[in-house]
Every structure is written in structure tokens, then in C-alpha cells.
Design a protein around this ligand. Structure first.
Ligand SMILES: Nc1nc2c(ncn2[C@@H]2O[C@H](COP(=O)(O)OP(=O)(O)OP(=O)(O)O)[C@@H](O)[C@H]2O)c(=O)[nH]1
Ligand SMILES: [Mg+2]
Length: 325
């Protein structure tokens, strides 16, 4: 059957051929579809136009979602996420650069960092995500930052122990965090807010003169339940201790699995929340294990190597587990 295409259709088709942008192409195709004579002879052509149109629309959506990139949306990676927070120039970016392989702008003036940045911090055979952030002050908290701080597993509150202002820095930062309901230092934290045990005070630049006296004063000011670690990126003091602290505060355990009669797979551990059982491990590998798992043998935390344990056995960091179905 002849298609009998109209002059309006040919005009729209011409516009489609000349269209240089995605938007123009979509508009021309829509016009072609609107004016095409609707009868049996054009059915195939109509279907082809619809197919092309939906392909171009999908391309357009992909493009616009990419252009809506939000730098304050950090995709979580690794065994846990720690966000740094502190007043300007306290040494946050220096710390993230020292603990990860990230190249970050560090400068001796305030407000150097304007956008958050995530880097991976290796710790033994796993890694944690550290999020460097723009500074906070009582007067200004960057929009979007509160969300990052709330969703992080833990906070590293950074103050400059080399500065006379360090006590005020702690006070001001604690005020901001409690006002924004990121941190609850008294009472029970609600969903998306943290208790003091999930916030570490990092007393940075402890290589500088008089920092020891200020660190002693900081210790007295610490909210109950919060710990402090003096560090220096200049001398490297306590950087390894900080890695370890982040691992312990994240509260995760590493578990390795083995198949009966074979060596354990030590290449990549399963990372689970502390307190996880053999059944939790099994279900994280495959949900069918929920019904089929009978018992397990453990090397590590058990009283003797290869000991049989029930499904509700609570695993410890570095346990090797052989699942039995
Ligand atoms: N002596 C000494 N100086 C340090 C140390 N860590 C950082 N600094 C210096 O402190 C200044 C500020 O460091 P940054 O890492 O840019 O501080 P920041 O908190 O990221 O600053 P903003 O992005 O402005 O909030 C720089 O001049 C660093 O070289 C340290 O451990 N010891
Ligand atoms: Mg910075």
C-alpha cells in the first residue's frame, strides 16, 4: 500500500535531517509522527519513527541526569565511611591526602576546600572511604554538607592543636553539629544522628609548639563518650593509630570463607557489621543459605581450629568459616 506522505511530513523530515542537536531531532521526529497520514501503508514507518524517538528521549534523559550531578552526593564505597568536619584551615584536606592517595588542594588560608571529595584509605586488606569537606563555621554551613555528615558512619572532628583558637574551634564545631542534629552529645541519638562514640576528635598539627598543653585542655572539654587522638600529617605522628581507630569505630569485622578440603580464600574478606552470626554471613553470600545452612566450622575465634559451631555463632574479626549445608 502506498504511503502517500504529505508535504508537511516531508518538511518535518527535512528538519529532522538538518537537526544538529538532540532537542531539535526529538522535536522534528515528534512533528513527523504528528503529521504522518495514519493508515495501514504507513504503519511500519510510524513504528520506526516511534522507536527512533524513544531512543533519542532515553539519550536525552541520560544526558540531563548527568548534568544534574550533585557534588554533595557521595557514593558510598569500601568497608565504611568517615566524614571529616571542622573549621577552616584546621588540616582536614591534609589528613585525607595523607591517609588516602588523593591529591587534594592544601593551603595556608581558610576556605581552600569548596566541595566534598571522597578518597579511599587502605587498612590492611580492606579500605574505608574518607570524605574531605568544605569547612563549617557558626555563621555558615555549606548546603548539602549536613546530609553528608548525617549519613557517614562516623565523624572525624578536626581541630588545629597548633592554634591558640583550638578550644574555640572545638566548641564552635560541636555547636554546629548539635544544632544541625548531626551529633547528640546528651540523650539518645535519633535516626541519622550520632552519639559521641561515633565522633572522634582529631587534634591535628600536634607537631607545632605548645600543642601538648592545648591537647590537655581539649581532653577536659571532650563530651562524655567521645575520644581524642592527637595527630600530625607533618611528622606522621599517630597516622597509623588513626587508621586503626577508624576501623574499630566503624565496628565491622572481616571474615574469610573456605570450601571443605581446600585452603581458605584469603584474597578478599567479607565485611560484616560487628555481632554478625554464621547465618548472617551465609545469607549475605546467598539468600538460599537461610534455609539450607546446617552448621559451620570455624578457624580463629573458636576454642580449637575447625570447631563445629551452630548457625547463631557470633563471628569475630579474621575468622575463617566453612559453611555446611
Ligand atoms: N605543622 C603542620 N601543619 C599542617 C599540618 N596539617 C596541615 N597543616 C597546614 O595547615 C594548613 C591548612 O591545611 P588544609 O589541609 O588545607 O586545611 P583544611 O582544614 O582542609 O582547610 P579548609 O579547606 O580551608 O577548611 C596548610 O598550610 C597545611 O600545610 C600538620 O600536621 N602540621
Ligand atoms: Mg580543605
Amino acid at each position: 500500500m502506498p504511503a502517500n506522505l504529505t508535504p508537511q511530513y516531508h518538511q518535518a523530515e527535512e528538519a529532522y535531517k538538518k537537526a544538529a542537536t538532540l532537542e531539535d531531532k526529538i522535536a522534528a521526529l515528534e512533528e513527523m509522527l504528528a503529521v504522518i497520514p495514519k493508515h495501514k501503508g504507513t504503519e511500519k514507518l510510524q513504528a520506526d519513527l516511534k522507536k527512533r524517538l524513544s531512543k533519542l528521549r532515553a539519550e536525552g534523559e541520560k544526558k540531563s541526569s548527568a548534568s544534574r550531578f550533585d557534588p554533595f552526593k557521595i557514593e558510598r564505597q569500601g568497608a565504611g565511611q568517615a566524614a571529616l568536619v571542622g573549621l577552616p584551615n584546621t588540616g582536614k584536606s591534609s589528613l585525607v591526602a595523607a591517609l588516602t592517595r588523593a591529591k587534594l588542594k592544601v593551603a595556608d588560608y581558610p576556605f581552600t576546600t569548596t566541595l566534598p571529595f571522597a578518597g579511599m584509605m587502605p587498612y590492611e586488606d580492606i579500605s574505608f572511604q574518607l570524605v574531605d569537606t568544605p569547612p563549617v563555621t557558626a555563621a555558615s554551613v555549606p548546603p548539602g554538607l549536613t546530609g553528608i555528615l548525617r549519613s557517614a558512619d562516623l565523624l572525624l572532628l578536626v581541630v588545629d592543636a597548633g592554634s591558640d583558637d583550638c578550644l574555640q574551634q572545638l566548641e564552635e564545631c560541636l555547636d554546629v553539629l548539635t544544632q544541625k542534629r548531626v551529633l547528640v552529645t546528651e540523650g539518645i541519638p535519633q535516626k541519622n544522628s550520632k552519639g559521641p562514640e561515633r565522633c572522634l576528635l582529631v587534634a591535628g598539627k600536634c607537631d607545632l609548639p605548645e600543642s601538648a598543653d592545648r591537647i590537655a585542655l581539649l581532653q577536659e572539654m571532650l563530651p562524655a563518650g567521645m575520644e581524642m587522638l592527637p595527630v600530625s600529617t607533618a611528622s606522621g605522628h599517630n597516622l597509623e593509630a588513626l587508621r586503626k581507630k577508624i576501623f574499630h569505630m566503624a565496628g565491622v569485622i572481616r571474615v574469610y570463607t573456605k570450601v571443605p578440603g581446600r585452603q581458605p580464600d584469603m584474597s578478599k574478606p567479607f565485611v560484616l557489621p560487628g555481632g554478625s552470626t554464621v547465618l548472617d554471613l551465609a545469607v549475605s553470600i546467598h539468600k538460599d543459605f537461610y534455609h539450607s545452612l546446617k552448621s559451620a566450622r570455624i578457624w580463629g575465634s573458636a576454642r580449637f581450629d575447625g570447631q563445629s559451631v551452630p548457625k547463631d555463632y557470633v563471628l569475630q574479626d579474621k575468622d575463617i568459616v566453612e559453611l555446611h549445608v
